[in-house]
Design a protein around this ligand. Sequence first.
Ligand code: CP
Ligand code: NVA
Length: 332
Amino acid sequence: MSMQKQLAGRSLLTLTDLTDGEFLYLLDLADELKRKKHAGERGACLDRKHIALIFEKMSTRTRCACAVAASDEGGATEYLTSLDIHLGKKESVKDTARVLGRMFNGIMFRGFKQETVDALSQHSGVPVWNGLTDIHHPTQGLADLMTIRESFGRLRGLKVVYVGDGRNNVATTLMLACAKVGIHFVNCTPEALMPEGKMVSWCKERAQLNGGSVSIDTDPVTAVVGANVIYTDVWVSMGEEDKQAERIALLSPYQITMEMMKRTGNLDKKEVIFLHCLPAFHDTETEVTKESGALEVTDEVFEAPFSRVFDEAENRMHTIKALFVSAIGQQK
Ligand code: CP
Ligand code: NVA
């Protein structure tokens, strides 16, 4: 069966839903769609396709990526927050799923519980994509690996070190993504923020099959040596704002600094990049950081030439478009 047929009608709830081959195919498709967009070619793969965007949490990138991706290929989106629809309040998730499935061709969900996105997928009868839950962020993982491959021209054999809150949605997803493509992945995090054991075992096994590896390291001094990618995310994710003080105390030694970037040994050789899913606390221009100053990354690193965070943000759009086109698009 061709990949196009294999992915038609498919949901993406976590990266474990994709075979390694399907994951790489989506990266190739995203590259092609990016080339097409930059060449100014307009597409019609999503002509008359309607996509519901259910967002329980805030978003800049994911929401806008969905809207632009759909529109570029002739489709349309409807943005629905918890204030707009009955989901889980006056109506069960199951009933809302069945209603939306009668009107829309696909649903992007961002919210708290993984169970909600699972239920939408189970009952809507249309493809459902996870635009971030408390434990997974699969569309981010696609954009991250697309950006790494663009920067180095390859994935296999690279060393990616995630430094920070090691059990959050982005860290877990990056670990899954790296395991699929033969990357050597290190999750550098304190004992208190270790990723779930079962997930780590799954990733270790998968990485080994692909010629890569997955390990956990609590020491930010040694873990980054030899890294080609230093990746971090906020220390406090959406929904856990009450943990701010505790996380700052725990994670301050894990801040990404120029000193840490030098310790990779790859900075002078231009063989290391910095990535962050964004939004990032790198300056004092936000409500959170005007008192505290930069948190997970210094402004110097964030603004450095080796920082690829805005390519990464743009790639959210190309990879989400690839997902839409592969699942509900008409043949090109
Ligand atoms: N990286 C990401 O998901 O960004 P948003 O929260 O702005 O969608
Ligand atoms: N871990 C972050 C990612 C934001 C894109 C959060 O869940 O808030």
